[in-house]
Design a protein around this ligand. Structure first.
Ligand SMILES: [Zn+2]
Length: 80
């Protein structure tokens, strides 16, 4: 039950924990286990989070997809 709930909310847990990425996995014995590792991907120059999709947006190559979306929405005339 708790596992399913965490799994559903995985996309907001990174903000809650103030980290770049959160993965929810089940251990073989069902016990709670927490591992901290360096995040994968490149660092976004706007929010400083690491994301494997940083650089995918051609217009904002230094940002993660989330920031690129915000920049495109709020600064449509801004060019790199
Ligand atoms: Zn970002």
């Amino acid at each position: 039950m708790e596992f399913e709930l965490l799994k559903e909310e995985a996309d907001i847990l990174d903000n809650l924990f103030i980290v770049s990425q959160v993965e929810i996995e089940k251990t073989e014995d069902g016990e709670l286990d927490i591992t901290v590792q360096h995040a994968e991907g490149e660092k976004c120059q706007r929010c400083w989070k690491y994301d494997i999709r940083t650089g995918e947006n051609e217009k904002y190559p230094d940002t993660c997809p989330r920031c690129a979306k915000v920049l495109e929405k709020n600064y449509p005339d801004l060019q790199e």
